[in-house]
Design a protein around this ligand. Structure first.
Ligand SMILES: *[C@@H]1O[C@H](CO)[C@@H](O)[C@H](O)[C@H]1NC(C)=O
Ligand SMILES: [Ca+2]
Ligand SMILES: [Ca+2]
Length: 163
């Protein structure tokens, strides 16, 4: 059977079985608003985290509203599973100008007091956006090579038939 035909059959099956309760998130993702979120159970640098999310058809989470921020922070506070969680923004292109990956400007922020401070140490500097446990998971610019957990996001959709 050709891969194309398999795909068509899977889509037909999915539309029959899932017609009643769309939209859906992939297994392991949490649904909130129009997005699906995955709180990683592994740790990585910012670059590793970003690749990992992309491999699973998602991207590092982008927070664009207070509601989304409250949701992710309260989930993180419930789990307290990590000293931090990477989100998908950096100021690597221009110091002090944080952008979501892909060049989208931030239109909402919730920096912890004193952040972003571009904190410099001999071998690290704050260029990547992290939700930081010590401030109740408010935002901190942290060292991109630190290994920590991360949050992936994707839009809700049928698993195989859209996009
Ligand atoms: C920011 O932009 C996103 C995407 O365009 C939009 O959905 C969101 O409502 C905006 N948030 C604010 C606080 O303006
Ligand atoms: Ca910086
Ligand atoms: Ca910082």
């Amino acid at each position: 059977m050709s891969p194309g035909l398999v795909f068509v059959l899977l889509c037909a099956l999915a539309s029959v079985t899932a017609a009643e309760d769309r939209p859906r998130c992939p297994r392991g993702f949490l649904e909130h608003g129009s997005s699906c979120y995955w709180f990683s159970n592994i740790e990585g640098s910012f670059a590793e985290a970003s690749s990992y999310c992309q491999f699973f058809g998602s991207h590092l989470a982008r927070i664009t509203s207070e509601d989304e921020d409250d949701y992710l922070r309260s989930r993180a506070n419930e789990e307290k599973g990590s000293i931090g969680y990477w989100l998908g923004a950096t100021d690597l292109i221009k110091e002090g100008e944080f952008m979501w990956e892909g060049g989208v400007p931030l239109n909402y922020t919730n920096w912890a007091p004193g952040e972003p401070n571009n904190e410099m140490h001999p071998e690290q500097s704050g260029h990547c956006l992290m939700l930081q446990m010590t401030t109740g998971y408010k935002w901190n610019d942290n060292d991109c090579i630190k290994k920590t957990k991360f949050i992936c996001e994707r839009k809700v959709s049928m698993c195989c038939c859209k996009h």
